[in-house]
Design a protein. Sequence first.
Length: 478
Amino acid sequence: MAYEFERKQRIAILGGGPGGYEAALAGAQLGADVTLVEREGVGGSAVLTDVVPSKSLIATAEATNGIGEAADLGVQFFTRSDSGRAVRPEVTVNLAAVNARLMRLARQQSEDMKSQLIKAGVRIIHGEGRLDGPQRIVVSTGKGKAGTDFDEVDADTLVISVGARPRILPTAKPDGERIFTWTQLYTLEEVPEHLIVVGSGVTGAEFASAYVALGSQVTLISSRDQVLPGEDQDAARVIEDVFKRNGMTVLSKSRADSVKRTAHGVVATLSDGRTVEGTHCLLAVGSIPNTEGIGLAEAGVQLTESGHIRVNRVARTSVPSIYAAGDCSDFLPLASVASQQGRTAVFHAMGDAVNPTELRNITSNIFTQPEIATVGWSQKQIEDGIAQGDIYKLPLASNPRAKMMGIKDGFVKLFARTGSGTVIGGVIVAPHASELILPIALAVEHRLTVDQLARAFSVYPSLTSSITDAARAMHIVN
């Protein structure tokens, strides 16, 4: 008697960034036959040239700041001269060593992720991939004598996770020597004497903050009224005040028309005719999805005008067999969101339990100094009537632990549903706000009230006690 065995479900993933990596692991965990196609290395640009190296650089900047601010806590650094006299040493940064370290960390992280995939049984193909219909990826591996060898991967489900790349201005072409995108900065061997940063969004603000701490003179060119447009206004105001106090020049309502090299540096020409001269320039003017030329339109996948892939809350595209995750999709461009999309896509494709991604539950963080962490509805949405809520803001300077640590800037802000007191959002501006936001994120996710949040025991003294203090101040009278 012949038995017919059920064939394993086949999943092919194009792009090994956070979304593709998590999709591959999820598929292997559920018993699928998984193939991952990646052209650069597992982890993609997020690990190799973006999130991992940039946040490693920021960690060095934080350490540099910590040394500079230690005197406020009574810690002083001195060396002895030949005569025995105490001399205050100069804090310097060996940027070549810093960049070598962070690129080494990026490669190690990529290799660790690759090892995890291999251990899970995922097949990895290195090469340039493109879709050949809704259920096939053709890969140019470049292994042949003419570099034209191809591999074909047929699958029941495709997951597209090809990421995005820095947007380039035609009048400001990066050369990797004086004019850079954020993926090119890691070739620098010395801290720039004067770094011009074009763009005051998240990327521009993070690098501007880091390089001021590392010792650069920084000029930040912002086309809007203040830095970090679109973010919580109170938070952006704190960051801009800190920037200026640290010596940064912030040019608000200024737009860079062009950036060109000079004999010894660069010159940025603004739309009003003013010029700014510096030694180096970082272009942080957004990103473009890597979706062109990979067969998406031919396979029937709908794209936005900007080239992003349209997806629903389970990361599914207009084609039932194709999902998309990460910065190439029209969802929120965060590594954590890409990871969640990758897992959700595979769970949905394979019939497992799925929680559709809810934008209001997503936590994000800006790694300036101090950091800005947010979750849920924003104050602007409440003020515009999109959400109904009460707002309470507690300055961090009133927190006992903050006083002990010498923290002067920052706050905790909570948003609660009017009437019920359900926590619907929050903002934290503080050192390591990315770690502090989790209690508020849990409250938003599980629809806790401010009273329930206030009943949790926070350590005394701790920065997290500002969260429970704010919740206590929003007590709902029964």
